[in-house]
Design a binder for this molecule. Structure first.
Ligand code: BGP
Length: 466
């Protein structure tokens, strides 16, 4: 079987992780420009000031993507390039940059898939309370409208937010992303609700413009599975999925928050401060949401947390081994599973199981895998990046996607993370994901990896031999 004709074989990136040019052409300072420079916050103090200089080298990069045969490129727009102070004047130079980037994609027939918010927020807004301040919702909707009006003639696929659970969880529970607040569930839930509201209002705004494209949101897809059939562990997995899947997917797809979570938040006095008007727009926008983007890296294997009193104990970024913020469950590693060098489980089968569950909960909603990939310190042999492990990783995940499609799951595209080696938020440049190698020691020179040639062939054959 070949993948369907309208299935996108793509690859992704995010503005802060690739662009650099942090203070050029009128761009405003972002929360990440500031946060990454606080000593100890990022691996070896890396930051996105230069990143991989995609801002100046986008033509070269897109040419390589075209050579690889990408159907589509997912990138994000930096809010602070478009509206430097978050809510005021539009920066024409910022519009010009993304116009050029989009036109360069279209020149090669690459479909641009844009994310409006991949975590870099104008610093001024962050200082005014960021996602805790309801004015940020108005500012975001204005920014979204500016983008729809400027680029909507050519961009027909929009993602509002990337991984709300990550930037809110790291921002207000773990303190490892801006604004660096630790263990504050009240703020965490408040921020998530404001983001959901901003998403809903942006969907309404987009549909009113009648540009006849599609709009959705990208969520982390990390379904929880109990380690065994013990009732307490089955319950732990249920609880995890209510808080980390339903809390994010329900308002976008069903228009309401999950009762199970709302009830518990009420009991703890940490229910977000929401208005009837906000709840109404969340409800009215839900049927207009066109798709969900899934960022799938790994599932979670969970058990009941017996370490009473311990919560949010952090392990390495993203690796299993920590207790949930409420101390109810914990994620664990299992001896019979495979893990990456950074301790993330490799489990294409869990993806398949997860999307089957998603279908049973949410019906036939259109899905894209908007991120999936292997973070590795690639082997370099005689100057060549021979990333065999990445090929294997992507191949097995594409196989799972193919199976899902054959079962009638509405999956319309796959975006490998990432198109090109880039800056990892907390792991610097040593954790690589790309098809294209970027030589940090030689003027950021681009070089094709083994996976580049492999993915090119997969796309040419439309995945027939997977
Ligand atoms: C996702 C983010 C990406 C990217 C990826 C890999 O959560 O959306 O921006 O960073 O994870 O993460 P890491 O670089 O930490 O391995």
């Amino acid at each position: 079987m070949k993948f369907p004709k309208d299935f996108f074989f793509g690859a992704a990136s995010a503005s802060y992780q690739v662009e650099g040019a942090w203070n050029e052409d009128g761009k405003g300072v972002t929360n990440w420009d500031v946060f990454s420079k606080i000593p100890g916050k990022t691996f070896e103090g890396t930051n996105g000031d230069v990143a991989i200089d995609h801002y100046h080298r986008y033509k070269e990069d897109i040419k390589l993507m075209a050579e690889m045969g990408l159907d589509s490129y997912r990138f994000s727009i930096s809010w602070a390039r478009i509206i430097p102070d978050g809510r005021g004047e539009v920066n024409e130079k910022g519009i010009e940059f993304y116009n050029n980037l989009i036109d360069e994609c279209l020149k090669y027939g690459i479909v641009p898939f844009a994310t409006l918010y991949h975590w870099d927020m104008p610093q001024i807004l962050e200082e005014e309370g960021g996602w805790l301040n309801k004015n940020t919702i108005d500012a975001f909707v204005k920014y979204a409208k500016v983008c729809f009006e400027a680029f909507g003639d050519r961009i027909k696929h929009w993602i509002t937010f990337n991984e709300t659970i990550v930037f809110c969880g790291h921002g207000y529970l773990e303190g490892s992303h801006p604004p660096g607040i630790k263990n504050d569930p009240k703020k965490y839930f408040m921020a998530t609700h404001n983001v959901v509201t901003a998403h809903a209002r942006s969907v309404e705004t987009y549909k009113k413009l009648r540009q006849f494209g599609e709009i959705g949101i990208t969520h982390v897809f990390s379904p929880a599975f109990p380690v065994d059939n013990k009732e307490e562990n089955v319950f732990a997995a249920y609880h995890a999925n209510q808080y980390e899947i339903a809390w994010y997917y329900d308002p976008v797809l069903k228009g309401t928050y999950p009762e199970y979570v709302v009830k518990q938040l009420k009991e703890q006095g940490i229910v977000p401060d929401w208005t009837d008007e906000e709840l109404a727009v969340i409800k009215s926008a839900a049927p207009k949401n066109d798709f969900i983007g899934l960022n799938y890296y790994q599932p979670r294997r969970v058990i009941k947390n017996n370490d009473v009193g311990e919560s949010s104990k952090q392990t390495r970024d993203g690796a299993p081994g920590s207790a949930s913020f409420d101390g109810v469950y914990r994620t664990v590693t299992m001896p019979d599973k495979n893990y990456t060098k950074w301790g993330w489980e490799i489990a294409p089968d869990a993806f398949l199981e997860g999307v089957r569950l998603l279908k049973s909960d949410y019906g036939d909603i259109k899905l894209y895998v908007t991120e999936n990939g292997l973070g590795d310190a690639d082997p370099i042999i005689e100057g060549e990046d021979v990333d065999v492990a990445r090929i294997k990783f992507i191949e097995t995940h594409l196989k799972a996607i193919k199976k899902a499609i054959s079962e009638g799951i509405n999956l319309k595209g796959y975006y490998a993370w990432s198109a090109i080696d880039l800056l990892s938020w907390l792991n610097g440049y040593k954790k690589q994901y790309g098809f294209i190698y970027v030589d940090q020691k030689d003027n950021l020179k681009r070089k094709k990896k083994l996976s580049f040639y492999w993915y090119k062939k997969i796309i040419e054959e439309r995945g027939e031999n997977i």
